[in-house]
Design a protein around this ligand. Structure first.
Ligand code: MN
Length: 487
């Protein structure tokens, strides 16, 4: 685990500028410089628990965000994120100097901090249901607020050693409970993994150290064998003229620990402590390479997953398969493109790099859209239920298909109306019945994984029965039917 070293503010400021220049080399740094100076002055008399000047913290938070290629306003807001709460600096001054957008972000972070603090005062059960919801509501306003907060928490976790033990446990628990699931939902795995690892270290120090020791031994024992397998694959791909990056990566300690617990096995019995990553140029090559590998090695049945055709809700894409190596050992292999690799690390942030404005990125996140729709039309009470079913960790998904083979991801137990509205709101509005696998069904029929659904539209009479609204599982179907009924 990496711990933050001690650096001077000027050193960190220069590093921040270097990071920003690496992706925005023509960027005017005036805004950043000013934010640094204002934050520096505002926090001048404060110190961190480590004894360092306080400004180190906002600088490190800004660096985390620059490494994720966030925009200027977000970085300026990160530098100022603790000023409204902890210093004399007022919102009007931020607005005057930095504009409404930076103020909006700083205020968002301040509000979010208060929300989380209030949440943590409630009892655990109540909290479980509500906190994610509130955080996500903030996300919907502007997801960058949540990302600043994640970076803030990451730096606080990196410097947790300076807190007393009870505080460490409290912060680490809060991290596992709130921040890890949020980072996961947004697909920002770089942050998710590090937060999880640090929280694990502080919550279960004995287990952490024991596992790390055991893993260290294991890694040195099996490294030659893994390298041999990686070389085999490199040769195979080279022989087919497919440029590829192949490497073996160990999973993080926490995910190994969780698997050991879940399977009630020992580390020795686990084979998937690492995965071989194959990074290719195009998605066609992914399928081609999968074919070559399944031809050269025996794949383990039941372990093949195509997250390229059926991406996860948080944008993760790859083909996963487990091959039996020549040494007769199962090896997990993950095949993806360079672009998918990027998305797999930064999730939603991937879209900042390739498009401008944050409206577009939000549109790509289906669940954010669902929440927006739901929020507009339903009472708070129902909203909790919705978020609970939508975001619970075990939320089951099914995939149904349009007549031309496009896959539509739906919550478990969805009905025909859910499917129809996922395709287009007008199609939903005009649904009269559907053909599911060729058989005629009513619009409230429950769909099963793999169903092929053809929506038959026409002139609908009367309003949507309330039972359909009740039975539907997506926010979009529910809110649109209610909208239609009001017309
Ligand atoms: Mn902070």
């Amino acid at each position: 685990m990496e711990k933050d070293k001690t650096y001077s503010p000027e050193y960190l400021y220069n590093e921040l500028i270097r990071e920003i220049r690496s992706y925005h080399f023509s960027e005017n740094m005036k805004l950043i410089r000013k934010a640094y100076e204002v934050a520096f002055a505002a926090h001048a008399t404060q110190k961190r628990k480590s004894g360092e000047p306080f400004i180190i913290h906002p600088l490190q938070v800004a660096i985390i965000l620059a490494k994720l290629h966030l925009d200027r306003e977000t970085i300026a807001a990160a530098l100022l994120h603790d000023t409204i709460e902890d210093t004399e600096l007022r919102g009007e001054m931020i607005k005057e100097e930095f504009g409404g957008e930076v103020l909006f972000l700083v205020e968002g972070v301040t509000k979010l901090r208060k929300t989380i603090r209030d949440e943590m005062e409630k009892d655990k059960q109540e909290r479980k249901e509500a906190s994610l919801r509130k955080l996500l509501l903030a996300t919907v306003e502007d997801v960058r607020v949540v990302i600043i907060k994640l970076a803030d928490r990451l730096h606080n976790m990196r410097t947790l050693e300076f807190q007393r033990r009870e505080k460490q446990i409290e912060i680490a628990e809060e991290t596992m409970e709130i921040y890890v699931p949020i980072a996961n939902k947004l697909g920002i795995f770089e942050i998710k993994k590090e937060l999880e690892e640090l929280a694990f270290y502080y919550l279960y120090p004995e287990e952490y150290k024991g596992l790390e020791q055991e893993l260290k031994e294991r890694k040195s024992e099996e490294s030659a064998e893994i390298q041999g397998f990686v070389e085999e694959i490199r040769r195979l791909l080279k022989g087919r003229n497919i440029p590829a990056k192949v490497r073996a990566l160990y999973k993080n300690n926490y995910s190994i620990y969780q698997k050991i617990k879940k399977r009630e096995c020992s580390l020795k019995e686990m084979y998937d402590t690492y995965a071989v990553n194959i990074i290719l140029e195009s998605f066609e090559q992914c399928y081609l390479v999968m074919g070559y590998l399944h031809n050269a090695y025996n794949p383990l049945p039941g372990r093949f997953k195509d997250f390229i055709a059926l991406p996860k809700g948080n944008l993760y894409q790859a083909i996963h398969t487990t091959l039996i190596s020549k040494k007769r050992k199962p090896v997990e292999v993950q095949i993806r493109t360079v672009e998918m690799e990027d998305t797999s690390q930064v999730g939603i942030l991937h879209y900042w790099k390739y498009s401008s404005g944050h409206g577009t990125q939000m549109e790509k996140m289906e669940w954010l859209k669902d929440i927006l729709d739901w929020q507009k039309d339903l009472a708070e009470e129902n909203f909790t239920d919705f978020v609970k079913t939508r975001l619970s960790r075990q939320d089951k998904k099914i995939f149904c298909f349009t007549p031309d083979g496009k896959s539509i991801e739906l919550p478990y137990d969805s009905i025909v109306m859910d499917f129809a509205y996922q395709i287009h709101s007008q199609i939903g509005d005009e649904t009269v019945f559907a053909l599911v696998n060729g058989e005629k069904v009513m619009p409230d029929a429950i769909l099963n994984n793999g169903d092929r659904v053809q929506i038959i539209t026409g002139q609908r009479k009367g309003s949507f029965p309330y039972a359909w609204i009740e039975k539907s599982k997506t926010a979009r179907a529910r809110s649109r039917m209610m909208q239609a009924n009001r017309r």
